[in-house]
Write a protein that binds this ligand. Structure first.
Ligand code: SAH
Length: 221
């Protein structure tokens, strides 16, 4: 039988997914300091977020297509980003680029789903992500369809924000919606991108540091 996401609910391989997920966590563990990040990766069923025909590769450490020309980031990239943000339970977090909702679920494992606010440009992806998140117990994650460049003012200020698509620069609204001392993490650039971490100073400007070359889909709109 297939559910409305086209997933085979009688799949006998669900136990195999658990073993594959453990191997994936093992593979990325040397890149991560925070044990909570590894626990989060261990908890979130990545195979439930990817299209049915990609489930067999759900625990390979690489990006996968999720439809609409978009991709889910490789697990090590999700891990590196979560680790770098040093998220604490209860932190209020803004995500730009919900995609299939996987990264939001990993964040939700650390901070609590009611503290995650995510913005997705594609209404179709947002709706599917909302359904998947709800079906897997992350229904309190808030998903908004819209342009992430505007952030999500209603729930500001945020302790942390991150982009899962590359942006030419950190948009002002996102900077403004961070609390002083809060951190934004984003792939910045177009064809060449750098992972930029920026912490908001008390007077409002950003203190930036760069963390290597990365490759993400471009911000749309
Ligand atoms: N974190 C996602 C990865 C998504 S890929 C996951 O775990 O699946 C990047 C996503 O950013 C895509 O879904 C894309 O539609 C979205 N995106 C692109 N431009 C955007 C914009 N201006 N505002 C919000 N989302 C955007």
């Amino acid at each position: 039988m297939f559910d409305r996401f086209g997933r085979d609910t009688d799949d006998p391989d669900v136990g195999d997914f658990t073993a594959a997920r453990e191997r994936m966590v093992q593979t990325v563990s040397h890149r991560v300091d925070d044990e909570r990040v590894l626990d989060a990766l261990e908890s979130v069923p990545r195979h439930e977020f990817v299209p049915a025909d990609r489930r067999g590769n759900a625990y390979a450490d690489r990006p996968l297509p999720i439809g609409d020309g978009q991709t889910i980031s490789a697990p090590h990239m999700v891990a590196i980003m979560a680790d770098r943000l040093a998220l604490e339970p209860g932190d209020e977090v803004l995500e730009i680029g919900t995609g299939c909702g996987y990264h939001a679920a990993v964040t939700a494992e650390i901070v609590g789903p009611e503290h995650v606010y995510t913005v997705e440009y594609s209404a179709d992806l947002a709706e599917l992500a909302r359904e998947t998140l709800a079906a897997l117990g992350y229904g309190e994650v808030s998903v908004r369809t819209g342009d992430g460049r505007d952030g999500w003012a209603e729930h500001a200020p945020y302790d942390a924000a991150y982009f899962t698509c590359a942006t030419p620069s950190i948009p002002d609204p996102v900077r403004e919606q961070l609390r002083p001392g809060g951190t934004v993490l984003a792939p910045v650039g177009t064809s060449h991108q750098t992972l930029v971490e920026a912490t908001k100073r008390d007077e409002g400007s950003l203190d930036r540091s760069e963390h290597g070359a990365v490759r993400f889909v471009q911000l749309r709109g």
